[in-house]
Write a protein that binds this ligand. Structure first.
Ligand code: 2AM
Length: 187
């Protein structure tokens, strides 16, 4: 639950397992020079599903209620792609073939957000985990990715906060990814 009524910077995302965050950070240190860009802290590595921007607590509550009604099974995500967007200065890990469940979940959250008045980019959704920021100059991209997989068994609403000048992402609420048929069976 958000503590104040003032706007919060929010987004829906998939959490990466802690062990995977650590392995990715090690792989990044082994494969990128310190000049390539600003490394994102291990605990902040995530896969954004829908960016909401600055949202009032009242609007967030509506979005949380809608998110709570989503019923779809979990899915496996394999980060087997890597790229660099010089315009936004981001080096990222992504999926060569994003699972259908991931695209469906993001599509649903993005359309719910748009209906609540949260601007959604017209660019197609490109699932990715940002690794480096401020990478506006050419970057030597490793030929092989970290090639990490994880099971997405829940999704979360995150708040982006500045703590002592550093960005921190805090989970506001999480929801399990299980289809209603399975829960009603008690499986
Ligand atoms: P990025 O990693 O590609 O920058 C928290 O800021 C998360 O929301 C990040 O994953 C970031 O994506 C995403 N984000 C920030 N601003 C955004 C915007 N204007 N449109 C879409 N996603 C955004």
């Amino acid at each position: 639950m958000l503590k104040t009524a003032s706007p919060h910077r929010l987004f829906f995302a998939l959490t990466l397992p802690k062990t995977m965050q650590r392995r990715i950070v090690q792989w990044r240190a082994d494969n990128f020079s310190p000049e390539a860009g600003h490394p994102i802290a291990a605990a902040n590595l995530h896969l954004t599903l829908a960016f909401l921007g600055e949202v009032s607590a009242a609007k967030a509550l509506i979005l949380q209620q809608q998110a709570g009604r989503i019923s779809q099974p979990g899915f496996d995500v394999t980060l087997d792609d890597i790229g660099h967007w010089p315009g936004s200065g981001v080096v990222w890990l992504g999926c060569k073939n994003p699972p259908r469940g991931l695209l469906q979940l993001a599509q649903l959250l993005r359309s719910q957000a748009a209906r609540s008045g949260c601007y959604q980019s017209p660019l197609p959704f490109h699932p990715h985990v940002s690794l480096l920021r401020g990478a506006t100059r050419p970057v030597a991209i490793p030929a092989k990715t970290a090639n990490e997989s994880f099971r997405a068994s829940h999704f979360s609403l995150y708040e982006s906060a500045l703590v002592r000048g550093r960005t921190r992402y805090n989970i506001v609420q999480s929801w399990p990814l299980v289809s209603s048929e399975r829960t009603s069976d008690g499986v």
